[in-house]
Design a protein. Structure first.
Length: 184
């Protein structure tokens, strides 16, 4: 509880443009936001740019944050995800690849021996449109409605892409990998 109160006090000081508080807020949230953004970027060399854009937006709109509507980490995570998606859309045109041609990993227990980084790298081989929906729904916990709004697609398209993404995971990593990977 004290940590939550300290974070709320820190946010209040950030709104007042206290540089020391802004630095502390940055240092506390950087690892979380870096991990969140890296899941959505396809070109990891852009992570610093996206982090900078994210923090600019966070500090710009921090006075609008309402702790009664949700936690600060959820709020900054949404900003980070939206910024990463926008960056992806600007930097590369989304390629809608044929999902029938997968490079399969033939070892059925490969997922058990993979590190988190290897799992993320394998998931990023998924077609872009499927990966974004899969990450937002399974990893971040967004609803299809939220995904639709953030991605500019319909809820039905979001559901279809999630189904295709799950099929891709089962096919490319193994038939039981999805349950081991995310307990979906």
């Amino acid at each position: 509880m004290k940590d939550n109160e300290a974070l709320i006090h820190l946010i209040e000081d950030c709104v007042k443009n206290d540089r020391k508080s802004q630095r502390e807020f940055y240092e506390r949230t950087l690892p979380y936001l870096r991990a969140t953004i890296s899941r959505y970027l396809f070109h990891q060399d852009s992570i610093q740019d996206v982090l900078q854009e994210t923090y600019i937006k966070i500090y710009k709109y921090l006075k609008r944050y309402d702790s009664n509507k949700g936690g600060i980490m959820s709020w900054i995570s949404k900003i980070a995800v939206n910024t990463a998606i926008t960056h992806n859309n600007k930097s590369t045109k989304m390629k809608f690849e044929d999902t029938n041609n997968f490079n399969e990993i033939t070892w059925p227990n490969a997922i058990e021996l993979m590190t988190v980084e290897e799992v993320v790298a394998q998931l990023k081989k998924m077609p872009t449109n499927l990966y974004l929906v899969f990450s937002m729904f399974v990893i971040e916990g967004y609803s299809h409605r939220e995904i639709a709004v953030m991605s500019g697609i319909t809820e039905e398209v979001s559901r279809q892409r999630l189904t295709r993404a799950r099929k891709w995971v089962r096919t490319s990593v193994g038939p039981h990998s999805l349950e081991k990977l995310v307990n979906v």
